[in-house]
Ligand binder design. Structure first.
Ligand SMILES: NC(=O)c1ccc[n+]([C@@H]2O[C@H](COP(=O)([O-])OP(=O)(O)OC[C@H]3O[C@@H](n4cnc5c(N)ncnc54)[C@H](OP(=O)(O)O)[C@@H]3O)[C@@H](O)[C@H]2O)c1
Length: 343
């Protein structure tokens, strides 16, 4: 059995990790860490966990951490200085933030300034199991992917087989995310009167996930590519729907390609026949699935892909549990096979 600590347990990703871990059959001890709520009962703040996790939040004390596994669900901070010694003690780590996802020190440092550590950056394995399972199994330190990037990379990766047909300088992506994507800290534009009945584009063409998408997909395509990405926040709590437009000089049988590429992958579902419904949030929210739709009529070489995920689960905590399972040699889907509610 395994003990796990979660830094940032008071936040949205941290509390989703707690929710998944309390029902994970191989986890017998959870240490929830929160600097602001240390000493308070978890269930007094995260009331939905009442009866499942009666522990108290602990202050951050990484020098004395006693656990087999550590999740860091917090922005870059002083915790980074402790990670090398945590790894030396044999504790495996998944970091949920953007730092260490892009294996280029200049880009990493420019997008996530401060707390640079080249050795850690070199060690970090990009934690998207469907693409990098082999590397994740051997890793001590995993950088979990971003939420938008997960939905876009999973949808685009199969097209690397047809890269010669595609215009890699003309990729246009729009995504709509639930407001939980911005974290638990209140802000003016996320205040209910501002968000209710609203759809709000933000960081248009300069979101931090764009370089991450370009970096990972350039690796997959073995070629530079450029993405024009516009995110928006919608009037819903969780779930991302991405619309991905590409242009091809040749006809590609997308259904066949995607089904062949993802084969037996449990958490990626391909909707390739016209009878199936389009990817939508209701089918994926509260689950670890990414639903990808390829079944749209294409004209003049235009390819449209739709991709739906839950930003807090497949876009965050669920993939992180998949990674933990792989890193500990467990069944990859343990604790993650829940189905969405309907209606
Ligand atoms: N929200 C999403 O959809 C999503 C998806 C994928 C990845 N992520 C990434 O996951 C991480 C957490 O996101 P979130 O949305 O859960 O944010 P959040 O709701 O704001 O929670 C972050 C938590 O981290 C703790 N924290 C803040 N600064 C810290 C520091 N310097 N050292 C240690 N703990 C610190 C805070 O708790 P205390 O002050 O109580 O310690 C806070 O509750 C971020 O890196 C984010 O980019 C988020």
């Amino acid at each position: 059995m395994t003990s796990v600590a979660v830094i940032g347990a008071s936040g949205y990703i941290g509390s989703e990790l707690l929710r998944l871990l309390v029902n994970h059959p191989e986890i017998d001890e959870i240490t929830p860490v929160s600097r602001s709520l240390a000493g308070k009962k978890v269930s007094s703040h995260l009331t939905h966990l009442r009866g499942f996790l009666d522990a108290e939040f602990q202050d951050m004390d990484l020098g004395n951490l006693d656990a087999d596994f550590l999740y860091v669900a917090a922005p870059p901070g002083e915790w980074i200085r402790f990670i090398p010694s945590v790894l030396e003690r044999g504790i495996k780590v998944v970091s949920m933030g953007g730092k260490f996802r892009i294996k280029n020190p200049e880009i990493d440092s420019k997008i996530y300034p401060g707390f640079d550590n080249r050795e850690l950056l070199e060690k970090a394995v990009y934690g998207l199991p469907e693409l990098y399972r082999r590397e994740i199994k051997k890793a001590g330190f995993v950088a979990n992917p971003g939420c938008y990037t997960t939905s876009v990379i999973l949808a685009m990766a199969p097209l690397s087989r047809y890269k010669e047909s595609l215009d890699l300088e003309k990729i246009v992506v729009s995504s709509v995310s639930g407001s939980s994507g911005a974290g638990a800290k209140p802000s003016r534009f996320l205040h209910h009167p501002e968000m209710s009945s609203n759809l709000r584009p933000y960081r248009v063409l300069e979101h931090r996930h764009t370089p991450e998408m370009e970096h990972i997909l350039s690796r997959e395509f073995n070629s530079d590519l450029s993405i024009s990405f516009t995110p928006s926040i919608g009037n819903h709590s969780r779930g991302i729907l991405s619309y991905i437009n590409l242009f091809s000089s040749h006809e590609i049988d997308l259904g066949e390609l995607f089904i062949d590429f993802y084969g037996e992958e449990f958490f990626v579902r391909i909707l390739s026949s016209a009878e199936e419904n389009v990817p939508n949030l209701k089918d994926v929210v509260n689950t670890n699935f990414c639903d990808i739709g390829t079944n749209f009529r294409r004209e003049r070489g235009r390819i449209l892909l739709l991709s739906a995920t839950d930003n807090l689960i497949k876009g965050g905590s669920g993939t992180a549990v998949q990674n933990m399972n792989l890193m500990l040699g467990l069944d990859e889907g343990l604790g993650l096979r829940q189905i969405a509610v309907s209606p």
